[in-house]
Design a protein around this ligand. Structure first.
Ligand SMILES: [Zn+2]
Length: 350
């Protein structure tokens, strides 16, 4: 039994598959809700564009919900905005999105990463929010940043359909795109680590329904290995959908963790990833967290803990109308499960 840890120690240990006092509750992606925006007086879209509001809304994940992490990068478009993509910022009750009908690139040669792109307010907002949080919370809680992978950036800069068509037509050109865009991922990641992020979520939306496991191995595995080598902080890869067909490859990347979707069962996923990479997730968003109650949330938390999943949390950015009660149930259920299992050995092999 490990003596009690701070939230930050607990998360970092679980990302290394080292023993923990209890399983950390971790949100690699957003847990912002309209209710939390009201509580913190930090609504969208301003909470995506003003560092003080971004930090204040993110902090509620720790102070109100009782999670072990704070994750201020709610959206997936901060760096795309800085690169020049047109953004629909929306209102309080909706996510900002890239206007993909107005792509900024048509072919790999078009890709230019503007010098000083990180001075753009929408990139600076993230860096400043991380600094604010680090200063306010010191070492007590894990602060997680987010840098988008080149596949996701390809969708944003070229449009989803054109980028997928290119990947079917021309492997060489697609790889050239990814190779140019990857520097955005590395630069933004390094800047967030320097600002004080303990770990980084790296979403790269080679999602289960759009892209196959073979595609992942062909286009992304080597790039993800490169990110793990070049970014000196634990990386949490995020890919939505059914992904068991690529988990063996993901486990080879050297990334710290894989943020996995509820379309994958905890036990079947653990059987593939074992001790090569930590899993984090996989409480269902659209049905369980959004439209069911605490009892169902608890059942899914227990399924993850029973399977030995290293960190528990929502599977993806939660719907903005999710009830706080359901989110608070996650840390409650984790504590209760550990009480019931007290005495049994904890840690990487439980
Ligand atoms: Zn997702």
């Amino acid at each position: 039994m490990v003596s009690s840890m701070t939230s930050r120690q607990r998360v970092l240990a679980a990302l290394r598959r080292e023993p923990v006092d209890r399983t950390p509750v971790c949100n690699p992606t957003s847990v912002a809700t309209v209710e939390l925006m009201d509580l913190a007086d930090a609504p969208f879209p301003d909470a995506n564009r003003k560092p003080e509001l971004m930090a204040r809304l993110a902090a509620t994940g720790y102070t109100e919900l009782g999670f072990d992490t704070i994750m201020p990068v709610f959206s997936i478009i901060q760096e795309s905005s800085a690169l020049g993509c047109k953004i629909q910022w929306e209102q309080k009750d909706n996510w900002p999105t890239v206007r993909m009908r107005e792509p900024i690139f048509q072919k790999p040669e078009d890709i230019r990463i503007p010098e000083g792109w990180m001075n753009h307010p929408d990139a600076q907002c993230v860096l400043q929010a991380i600094r604010i949080l680090r200063k306010e919370f010191g070492d007590e809680v894990a602060i997680i940043g987010k840098t988008m992978g080149p596949w996701s950036l390809g969708y944003h800069c070229f449009g989803v359909e054109p980028f997928l068509l290119l990947s079917l037509d021309d492997e060489g050109k697609t790889k050239l795109c990814l190779d140019r865009l990857k520097e955005v991922t590395v630069q933004f990641g390094l800047a967030q680590i320097e600002a004080g992020a303990d770990a980084l979520t790296l979403p790269d939306h080679a999602t289960g329904d759009l892209v196959s496991g073979e595609y992942y191995a062909r286009y992304l595995r080597d790039l993800h290995i490169e990110f793990a080598a070049r970014l000196p902080a634990p990386l949490i890869l995020h890919i939505c959908g059914r992904t068991v067909d690529r988990m063996q490859y993901i486990a080879q990347t050297g990334m710290a963790a894989f943020h996995y979707d509820s379309k994958n069962k905890p036990a079947e996923s653990m059987a593939i990833t074992r001790d090569k990479i930590s899993l984090v997730g996989n409480i269902n968003n659209p049905e369980t967290l959004f439209s069911k109650g605490p009892e169902e949330v608890r059942r899914e938390v227990y399924q993850n803990l029973d399977a030995g999943v290293q960190l528990v949390g929502p599977e993806c950015a939660i719907p903005l109308q999710t009830a706080i009660e359901n989110l608070k149930e996650i840390p409650k259920a984790v504590r209760d499960w550990h009480k019931q299992h007290a005495g049994a050995s904890l840690g990487s092999v439980n």
